[in-house]
Design a binder for this molecule. Structure first.
Ligand code: PLP
Length: 542
């Protein structure tokens, strides 16, 4: 890389990106192009001679950006957020600049060591138990995605059992999760050779707000054991993709422990909120888990990709005299399940530090060999924002979601979350509990119906996702799903906002997920206006 060429072109690129962010509100949030649009705009083959950067940037502006859905737009409310930030961007830039491949400690000691340290930092912000930290008996690793995280721990858990029972037991192994669990688990089961019928997705409903019921889990496990099957893996979710349901970690974890089942917690989206003391309760029980995952690239200002996975290890640190100081030496039999499952040791990768078991080689914690210096961007985010700002960031989005929830509740054409008493109690403002209690008591006195439970509830908002729907006229539910499907299409076609949907208990539900870094109250107000206008137009045509 020629330094001066880099300096000149990178400045141009940064200007281009800065201008993109400046004008991001001018683009339709959801790309409005038709499939195959790009083939018509670009040549059939690569150029023979070099072109100028300006030519390429002109093409990006004219041909690429129209085909981009703008996840960083302040009016992006679909799926879950995928944050970028100045700090995250700078970390990505530095990582691209250094461009090393840190599969083993020796290939860039700083990359491995920074990753261990930064995941310890993040683990401490989440108040993870000491045995998930590298300073305790565990450790963290950055995976590309939550899908890779659940796959690697599922493989580790599978091999741990198969080492005991023999390879033929594979067809008897059973995985448990709720039917709200992300499809990444099913994919992991497919790759891991789990019999499709043995990936048991336990039914949930509105009675638990779509959380996994420990009773149903216990029953499923004992039924399976009685027929000779072998339960080996449980995946709980904190913040499900559809509706942010929170599985009860403590009870589920105890069931897993009593049955020798690997317990994985997927907090891909909601994990970020748990750096705030008032939301940490949602991962209470994580001490029972064998592995825990959150995506810093979702709602933690860290550019994609950065999925943090922590596992507990089972080996004791011992003194290694050949290297000096306190170092880790592992007995092969004691190595943690993840490494036992994923490690390889070819001649061409052998080196003194690895052979002496003195270092972590992250190639043994993941599927690929090569890996990027992803910890840099997380380190940048943690250092350039600091815990207090990160907490404010999360709270601001949650407040915006509450604000949107209020807008929905005030329009009788829509069904949102009218909290039942227990939900309201659970969501009392963290720093004003007394005021919350007074308001709640007044509401209950004035409207005794509130006490009757969650009859009208789509599903409660816990973090920054609001689930809601347009009520069909005359409560004719035959039209409810089509109506909401049409409303989704209509609002997204305006290009002004982008929202997504799910189906809960057979009902088509709209999802409004606040979490883009640039979103302010005015964007939420404007989004609600789009929804109201399109709803009026739709209802007017009926
Ligand atoms: N788990 C949950 C709860 C999610 O919400 C998602 C994605 O939204 C995933 C897993 C999959 O994430 P990834 O794209 O990082 O694999």
């Amino acid at each position: 890389m020629d330094s001066e060429q880099l300096r000149e072109n990178a400045h141009k690129m940064v200007d281009f990106i800065a201008d993109y962010y400046k004008s991001i509100e001018n683009f339709p949030v959801l790309s409005q192009v038709e499939p195959g649009y790009l083939r018509e705009l670009l040549p059939d083959s690569a150029p023979n001679q070099p072109e100028t950067l300006q030519n390429v940037l002109d093409d990006v502006q004219a041909k690429i950006l129209p085909g981009v859905t703008h996840w960083q737009s302040p009016s992006y409310f679909a799926y879950y957020p995928s944050n970028s930030s100045v700090a995250g961007f700078l970390g990505e830039m530095l990582s691209a600049g250094i461009n090393m491949v840190g599969f083993s400690w020796i290939t860039s000691p700083a990359a491995t060591e920074l990753e261990m340290i930064v995941l310890d930092w993040l683990g401490k912000l989440l108040k993870l138990p000491e045995d998930f930290l590298s300073t305790g008996q565990g450790g963290g690793v950055i995976q590309g995605t939550a899908s890779e995280a659940v796959l690697v721990v599922l493989l580790a858990a599978r091999d741990r059992v198969l080492r005991k029972l023999g390879k033929n037991a594979l067809e008897k192994l059973v995985v448990y999760a709720s039917d709200q669990t992300h499809s990444a688990l099913q994919k992991a089961c497919q790759i891991g050779g789990i019999h499709p019928e043995n990936c048991k997705l336990i039914k949930t409903d509105s009675s638990t707000n779509y959380a996994l019921s420990p009773d149903l889990l216990s029953k499923a496990i004992s039924d399976d054991i009685s027929t000779g099957l072998v339960p080996f893996f449980l995946c709980a979710t904190v913040g499900t993709t559809s509706s942010t349901a929170v599985d009860p970690l403590l009870s589920l974890g105890k069931i897993a422990k009593n049955n020798g089942i690997w317990f994985h917690v997927d907090a891909a989206y909601a994990g970020s909120a748990c750096i705030c003391p008032e939301y940490r309760c949602y991962i209470d029980g994580v001490e029972e888990a064998d592995s825990f995952n959150m995506n810093a690239h979702k709602w933690f200002l860290t550019n994609f990709d950065c999925s943090a996975l922590w596992v507990k290890w089972q080996f004791p640190p011992v003194e290694n005299e050949n290297w000096g100081g306190i170092l880790l030496e592992f007995e092969v039999k004691d190595r943690n399940a993840l490494i036992q499952s994923l490690s390889t040791n070819p001649e061409f990768l052998k080196n003194k530090a690895s052979q002496a078991n003195m270092v972590v080689d992250y190639k043994d914690w993941q599927i690929p060999l090569g890996r990027r210096f992803r910890s840099l961007k997380l380190w940048m985010v943690l250092r350039l924002y600091g815990l207090e700002n990160l907490q404010c960031y999360i709270r601001n989005h949650i407040n915006l979601a509450k604000y949107f929830e209020g807008l929905v509740a005030a329009d009788s054409r829509f069904e949102g979350c009218k909290y039942c008493l227990s939900c309201q109690l659970a969501h009392l403002t963290w720093d004003k509990p007394l005021l919350g209690l007074v308001v709640l008591s007044m509401k209950c006195l004035l409207n005794p119906l509130e006490k009757m439970g969650n009859k009208w509830v789509v599903t409660p908002r816990i973090f920054s996702l609001v689930c809601f729907r347009l009520l069909p006229p005359n409560n004719n539910e035959d039209h409810g799903n089509n109506l909401n499907h049409d409303l989704l299409d209509a609002v997204n076609s305006t290009g002004k906002i982008f929202i997504s949907h799910t189906v809960l208990s057979g009902k088509y539900i709209l999802r409004f997920a606040v979490g883009a870094p640039l979103t302010e109250e005015r964007h939420v107000t404007a989004a609600w206006k789009v929804l109201q206008d399109e709803a009026s137009a739709l209802l007017g045509r009926l």
